[in-house]
Design a protein around this ligand. Sequence first.
Ligand SMILES: NC(=O)c1ccc[n+]([C@@H]2O[C@H](COP(=O)([O-])OP(=O)(O)OC[C@H]3O[C@@H](n4cnc5c(N)ncnc54)[C@H](O)[C@@H]3O)[C@@H](O)[C@H]2O)c1
Length: 383
Amino acid sequence: MTQRSIGIIMNGASGRMGYRQHLLRSILAIRDQGGVQLSDGSKVQVVPMLVGRSTEKLRELAERHGIEHYTNDLDKALANPDFPIYFDALITQARVPAIKKAIAAGKHIYTEKPTAETFEDALELARLARAAGVMNGVVHDKLFLPGFRKLARLIESGFFGRILSVRGEFGYWVFEGDWQPAQRPSWNYRKEDGGGIVSDMFAHWNYVIENLFGRIESVYAQAVTHIPTRVDENGKAYEATADDAAYAIFQVAGGTTVQLNSSWDVRVHRKELVEFQVDGTLGSAVVGLFGCEIQPRNATPKPVWNPDLPETHDYYSDWLEVPNNDSYENGFKVQWEQFLLHVLEDAPNKYDLLAGARGVRLSEKGLESSAEGRRIDLPPVTL
Ligand SMILES: NC(=O)c1ccc[n+]([C@@H]2O[C@H](COP(=O)([O-])OP(=O)(O)OC[C@H]3O[C@@H](n4cnc5c(N)ncnc54)[C@H](O)[C@@H]3O)[C@@H](O)[C@H]2O)c1
């Protein structure tokens, strides 16, 4: 008989990501559309089981959204054969032991990034999953940003010719918390609590660069704590022990140089909070979260450097906006559907725990590069 439903254990479902992106916008949205559609057109409904520490919170969520299953007992959840998928949106420090338990229970694993705090742990998770023969996947949401989807389309079409370089700016000003409350949680600025912009963003940059431009062969980074003291959620000053900005150069197989600034200490003077400029022999593009502008070789102006004359040419007007030509669904939901198809009908999935481990390695080696003031090679990772 065709399978009609699949149970998903959602650990950390009441957290910021667990609730907003994964439960609300993904699993409940899939439930409301009648399930995930298989290649033969039939649908498999999703059945979530909420797991967390506070039964009160879970009950409230379950009642609000008509969810039957919830528990604060992870072992009990893992022992239930009707729930073959384990999803993890816990704080990063709590992730490795929880995923190990889930693998030991034979569950398929889907998890938020970073998959672990150290490369060693991240690689061990990938190895354990491989040995247990369970399917596994890691969130890679930035690739689903409409601007990056348009960029992928440009690359596939051959628009750029040979891609020479990529320059990216990610960031915005995060208030210190004294005269205006900070718009990010204080743990982000404490190393001992898993904070730091390198561990947060390099896990993303790894799959973004790998999938758009190629394998990362080396990293050089300078990680800095620009603002040494911040004020927390309770109005108490604390020492910011983690990096809040990182200036990095990634060398990509095939010769493309990718230079990315990630910072919580910059004031935005661009259209969007992330912006990449890609320059190729045949054309260039500037992409953001949503927007994407291009300038082909044939329409490239010919500037002449003359510091004695004020600039009269409007360089911004030389660019052409790329139309949507597509509808862009929530990236977290699309990823969930892809992972469910991976589990249900063995559809391909390259964003697995090994890919997640490469992301953790990039953060680790980025920090090492910064501490030692040298470029670090990144040989291929094998299980
Ligand atoms: N993909 C992305 O763009 C993105 C964005 C933000 C965060 N994240 C990742 O998502 C994860 C969760 O981040 P968040 O911002 O939702 O955090 P959060 O603090 O809002 O939620 C964390 C969850 O973990 C639970 N938890 C906390 N301490 C725990 C412990 N000791 N044992 C068991 N459970 C514990 C909390 O109850 C909560 O449910 C992190 O790994 C973070 O790196 C990813």
